[in-house]
Design a protein around this ligand. Structure first.
Ligand code: GLN
Length: 246
């Protein structure tokens, strides 16, 4: 009898371990799929009133449609996104997120859906900064947990100040609290447009690929996402989203 009980217990423990290790879906509800993002990154994701909209949202709607599920959006801090994905709180992450070696240890990435770079913004009247080289020893604003932050931390003698929102870094730059901001190209253009106090340098500090992150090993979802990306390119919808948001 003891033996039987023991084996029942060990089988249940084994079962629990196996379930715990599997790539479990975030949504306990089969009808929804949850996208994780940080809606502070126009035109990829931002708020229009209460609603989260943007280029990445359009792509996500297509993914949900392909799955026959309803899309739910979880808006959170950028630096917490991959942990939320690993913890199963969201099903995939799309947030203008750059694929890189460090992140690939944690999650799997889709094919690239957008090419980007980091740009430097300075005060329009600042003649001391004309390239990335001139940022040595300067006070640089970045968004926390981003590739732009990493780039800035590699600059000799620079004092790096991390903000939750890239747009806040630009506000501090405009107010003269910092010397420069390093931020992704499209949000930089978006948030500096029409602001004559700021100037964006032409130099591209990096070459980056935006990709969608899924939990490690979730091949099925990854393939469906890659297929969706391919289909929207071929159907011309990708082009329509570009025209709408850029
Ligand atoms: N592309 C940058 C990164 O992946 C910034 C993304 C963002 O701030 N949403 O780190």
């Amino acid at each position: 009898m003891k033996k039987i009980i023991l084996s029942v217990v060990s089988i249940s423990i084994l079962a629990m371990v196996l379930v715990g290790c599997g790539a479990k879906p975030a949504s306990s509800n089969d009808d929804i799929i949850i996208m994780g993002t940080n809606a502070e990154f126009a035109p990829f994701e931002y708020r229009e009133g209460k609603e989260v909209v943007g280029f990445d949202v359009e792509i996500s709607k297509k993914i949900a449609e392909k799955l026959g599920k309803e899309l739910k959006i979880e808006d959170m801090k950028f630096e917490g996104l991959l942990a939320a994905l690993e913890a199963g709180k969201v099903d995939f992450v799309i947030a203008g997120m750059t694929k890189d070696k460090e992140r690939e240890k944690q999650v799997d990435f889709s094919d690239s859906y957008f090419l980007s770079s980091q740009l430097i913004t300075i005060k329009a009247d600042d003649t001391s900064i004309n390239s990335g080289e001139d940022l040595k020893g300067k006070k640089i604003g970045v968004q926390l947990g981003t590739t732009g932050e990493r780039e800035a931390r590699d600059i000799e003698g620079a004092e790096v100040i991390s903000f939750d929102k890239g747009a806040m870094a630009l506000v501090d730059l405009a107010n003269g609290k910092i010397d420069a901001v390093i931020l992704d190209a499209e949000p930089t253009k978006n948030y500096t447009e029409g602001n004559d106090d700021l100037r964006v340098l032409d130099e591209q500090l990096t070459e980056e690929e935006y990709c969608i992150a899924v939990p490690k090993g979730n091949k099925e979802l990854l393939e469906l996402i890659n297929l969706t990306l391919k289909e929207i390119q071929e159907s011309g919808e990708y082009e329509q989203f570009i025209n709408k948001y850029f």
